[in-house]
Design a protein around this ligand. Structure first.
Ligand code: ADP
Ligand code: GLC
Length: 497
């Protein structure tokens, strides 16, 4: 099968969160299964074009936007990435050559409609110019949602035989980001006004690019089975639950996997020492290195809690802030890496300044620190309000760092609560709590502290069960293959007929 992934983020080229990790790792798993997978993404300014040896391959990609013509070019990475998956970059200096991906300190860029319309249509034009016709175009999040209606309704695409058998799959990584833009996008992109309906891409008198992907693609997936159910309810649907219920026969929740080569404590170059389920002694050295780097007192027996996250409300920072004083009183240390909401940044920086030796905070984006925290902490905090899938709890488990998570979305689907029985039978992998309250979070933290401080044998068993959990992409990639097969069924039936 030929599969094109279109995404605004792909690791290691451009990343703000888990989307980039998924679009880097899923194609590799699919390639291992024998598929021809390629990736298309924008050339943001921060992509290192020298390191990744980007070469121009199409000098002229022209997209009409209203009365204007926008010209870009196509580049290809010739960097020897694993499995040699072709990665194409849509280059348009004016649109993508900026410091931020989606906005700056003033908020979202005002021309995101233009930017991501260009990405969407230029990606389609590039396919024809390359003479590479995918069976499936797999779209990710609002930035690429417009591709789905373009395939069906854009005059230059819908009437061109080259595109006629292409099917689209749209993955929702986070329903909270909806790509709300002005309805002018419809005319600017030469789409018919018939798409501007409540059963189309209209959303409260605006256009939602996310909704465009949901409504016009052949299949919708999201990144965990529980989140797939949650988003069909008024509480979890962020205003889109009705639309999603309409599509429920073609909506599948598939839990994310992880890249087990990038996230492997046995070979992680960022760790002070390697370790594995068989030999966990290196983890103590990772903890010492983490304490040293974050200026925490060098105390091997002190429980060390870690957190790596975008600092946004979704991740439960009001709960974390409410319980941190008690956590320190209980004798624990805390380390956080993150950036985002200035109010959260400010809160954590002040908290660290007030608690030297006990709390370490880095307000930054750092791959190295992210790996060091996963490797060196004992417990990982992830008490999200909602969590489509979550990758950090998966990384934590693989690194023997016990996650404390709320029972929502992908957290519920991946972490099994460490009851006494679950620890004994080897199924427990973390501490899970239900209610979104500081008390409920504190209850789970207390359970982790008691086990860590008072029953080290059980703690070790729990660590080993967590590390043994299979979070690889194999199983989930097979479900994506089933989805692709389902949307192609009518096409293959047609071919046989
Ligand atoms: P989300 O995509 O909602 O941010 P995920 O758990 O799916 O949440 O993925 C987050 C990814 O982003 C992980 O790979 C995590 O290590 C990374 N990450 C988040 N914040 C930072 C940061 N400040 N520095 C480095 N990596 C980060
Ligand atoms: C989103 C979600 C996160 C998920 C990631 C990758 O950013 O917030 O839960 O893991 O996408 O799918």
């Amino acid at each position: 099968m030929r599969i094109l992934m279109v995404s605004s983020e792909v690791a290691p080229f451009a990343k703000t969160g888990g989307l980039a990790d998924v679009v880097a790792a899923l194609p590799q798993a699919l390639t291992r299964q024998g598929h021809d997978v390629r990736i298309m993404m924008p050339l943001f300014r921060s992509v290192d074009r020298f390191k990744y040896r980007l070469l121009p391959i199409l000098r002229k990609l022209v997209v009409r936007w209203g009365g204007e013509e926008i010209t870009g070019e196509l580049m290809r990475c010739s960097y020897p990435c694993r499995q040699e998956i072709p990665v194409y970059f849509i280059q348009q200096e004016q649109l993508f050559g900026r410091r931020g991906f989606y906005g700056d300190s003033g908020g979202d860029y005002g021309d995101n409609d233009r930017r991501f319309s260009f990405l969407s249509l230029a990606s389609l034009y590039a396919l024809k110019a390359l003479d590479w016709r995918p069976d499936i175009i797999h779209l990710h999040d609002w930035q690429t949602g417009l591709v789905a209606p373009l395939v069906r309704h854009h005059p230059a695409i819908a009437n061109d035989l080259f595109y006629s058998n292409i099917r689209t799959v749209f993955t929702i990584h986070n329903l909270a980001y909806q790509g709300i833009v002005s309805p002018a996008v419809i005319e600017n992109m030469q789409l018919p006004w018939s798409v501007f309906r409540t059963d189309g891409m209209e959303f409260h008198k605006h256009v939602s690019l996310l909704k465009a992907g949901i409504v016009f693609s052949d299949w919708v997936t999201t990144v965990s089975p529980t989140y797939a159910k949650e988003i069909q309810t008024p509480e979890g649907g962020q205003g889109m639950d009705g639309v999603l219920r309409e599509r429920s026969d073609r909506l599948t929740g598939i839990l994310n996997g992880i890249d087990t080569e990038v996230w492997n404590p046995e070979s992680d170059p960022w760790l002070a020492a390697p370790y594995s389920t068989v030999n966990t002694s290196g983890k103590a050295r990772c903890k010492a290195a983490l304490q040293n780097t974050f200026c925490l007192s060098p105390e091997p027996e002190t429980p060390l809690f870690g957190c790596v996250s975008r600092l946004v409300d979704q991740k439960g920072f009001d709960l974390i802030q409410a319980v941190l004083p008690s956590l320190l009183e209980a004798g624990a240390q805390f380390v956080l890496l993150g950036s985002g909401d200035p109010a959260h940044e400010e809160w954590f920086s002040s908290f660290a300044a007030a608690n030297p030796g006990r709390v370490g905070v880095s307000i930054s984006y750092s791959e190295q620190f992210a790996h060091m925290i996963e490797g060196g902490s004992d417990v990982f905090l992830m008490p999200s309000l909602f969590e489509p899938s979550g990758l950090n709890q998966l990384y934590s488990m693989r690194y023997g760092t016990i996650p404390v998570v709320r029972n929502v979305g992908g957290l519920a689907d991946s972490v099994t609560d460490a009851t006494e029985a679950a620890i004994l039978n080897g199924t427990g992998t973390g501490f899970v709590f239900d209610e979104y309250t500081p008390d409920a979070l504190w209850g789970a933290i207390k359970r982790s502290l008691i086990l860590f401080n008072e029953d080290r044998a059980s703690w070790r068993r729990l660590v080993s069960s967590a590390m043994n959990r299979d979070s690889s992409w194999n199983r989930s990639a097979a479900v994506y293959e089933d989805v692709y097969d389902s949307v192609l069924e009518p096409v293959s039936a047609l071919r046989q007929a």
